[in-house]
Design a protein around this ligand. Structure first.
Ligand SMILES: *Cc1c(COP(=O)(O)O)cnc(C)c1O
Length: 387
């Protein structure tokens, strides 16, 4: 009776279990552990958004079941934001859908488009939801290694012909978690050509487009000609406005893809809380100043951490976007061994790259989501680290 379903029994092992256990032991010893493992912003949601929410939550009309696809006002605000930020036109009625966080939408999307045995092309290393969502739908995963020599972009020419023919969906994520790589429009153009040639749906996870430091702001996949014929883009207010706990995001792009996801959602959830959608409209319309301040804070943290790691003799990549620092581990160590040693000797938690996929082996990820004072302390300990 209590036997778990096959799809749960075959879930990949939780790769951070060993590190979590070590963290417990080190903390019990009384070490002041600094956790740079999780990618959850430490800063509060900007107060103008919280104030908007305080007003909205008092309105009785917001207490009823929300609209399945999101209110037209929310979807219109998303379309206006896309126009302003990316110069991409979207029809709010058919090309935008509200989500209960983008993770929800990404996890449900394969149920609408992947049949048992269909193949999804999934980057490696990656956010685990692409693979899990595919498998929950009965699909098979073909991994696309993200290698340093290719700027952590997948090499499309390496995907075998038979896999291309069977592939139904390709997942991408730029600015990238965990590598912090940014995609060029040229790469996105190549992806559109590839997708049209092999009739593949492109799912682009764009959670970090607003967290950038240098160069032109990261592009939207939908900015490339023809992208809306093949693709859907997932976005989130979580990282841009420090709203991870609110659970609000959206997907936009091809109307059939947005509509298909909507069909699944109509049958499994009942939409995002209307009060949150209304507060999010305020965030999208008036949030530019707060995001600019947020970028300045992360930029300072990034500079502190990268400089210290360099002084300690490491060679981290300088992220131009996202709030992660991706770093090769010293020769002769696995990413888990290095993360274990950093925890043991410096009391700092970082994430072993292998936890994001086999091609993440040889790297670790530091998250910049702790206050500057803590980050300076972590940086000081890293400078003194001998592994
Ligand atoms: C944080 C994150 C998300 C956003 O998730 P939400 O469900 O919107 O909070 C999506 N994709 C990646 C790669 C992330 O790191």
């Amino acid at each position: 009776m209590t036997k778990l379903a096959e799809r749960v029994r075959t879930l990949p092992p939780y790769l951070f279990a060993e590190l979590d256990r070590k963290k417990e032991i080190v903390m019990k010893r009384g070490v002041d552990v600094i956790d740079l493992g999780v990618g959850d912003p430490d800063l509060p949601t900007p107060s103008f958004i919280v104030s908007a929410m305080a007003k909205e939550i008092k309105k009785a009309e917001n207490h009823r079941y929300p609209s399945y696809t999101g209110t037209l006002a929310f979807r219109t605000a998303v379309a206006e934001w896309y126009k302003k930020r990316f110069r991409v036109s979207l029809k709010p009625q058919t090309e935008v859908i509200a989500l209960i966080g983008s993770k929800e939408g990404i996890a449900h999307f394969p149920l609408a488009f992947i049949d048992p045995g269909d193949v999804a092309l999934v980057p490696d290393p990656a956010y685990p939801v692409y693979e899990i969502g595919t498998k929950f739908a009965g699909g098979k995963v073909h991994r696309m290694p993200l290698l340093e020599k290719n700027g952590f972009l997948p090499d499309l020419s390496k995907i075998p012909e038979r896999v291309r023919k069977k592939a139904k969906v390709m997942f991408l994520n730029y600015p990238n978690n965990p590598t912090s790589a940014v995609a060029t429009k040229k790469f996105f153009r190549d992806v559109v050509d590839f997708a049209r040639a092999y009739d593949i749906i492109v799912v682009h996870d764009a959670a970090y487009t607003e967290i950038y430091y240098e160069g032109p702001p990261p592009p939207s996949f939908l900015q490339v000609p023809g992208a809306k014929k093949v693709g859907i883009e997932f976005h989130s207010l979580s990282k841009t406005y420090n709203m991870t706990g609110w659970r609000i995001g959206f997907a936009c792009g091809n109307a059939d893809l947005v509509g298909g996801l909507g069909k699944i959602k109509t049958n499994v959830d009942s939409g995002a809380f209307t009060a949150i959608q209304n507060a999010s409209i305020v965030a999208l319309k008036k949030g530019d100043g707060s995001v600019e301040k947020l970028r300045e804070i992360y930029r300072k943290r990034r500079d502190i951490m990268v400089k210290s790691l360099q002084e300690a003799g490491f060679s981290p990549f300088l992220p131009t976007a996202s709030f992660y620092v991706w770093m090769p581990v010293p020769e002769g160590m696995t990413s888990s061994e290095f993360a274990g040693a950093v925890l043991e000797k410096a009391g700092v938690v970082c994430t072993p790259g292998v936890g994001f996929g086999q091609s993440g082996e040889g790297y670790v990820r530091f998250s910049l989501t702790v206050p500057e004072k803590r980050l300076r302390e972590a940086a000081r300990r890293m400078r003194e680290l001998k592994v």
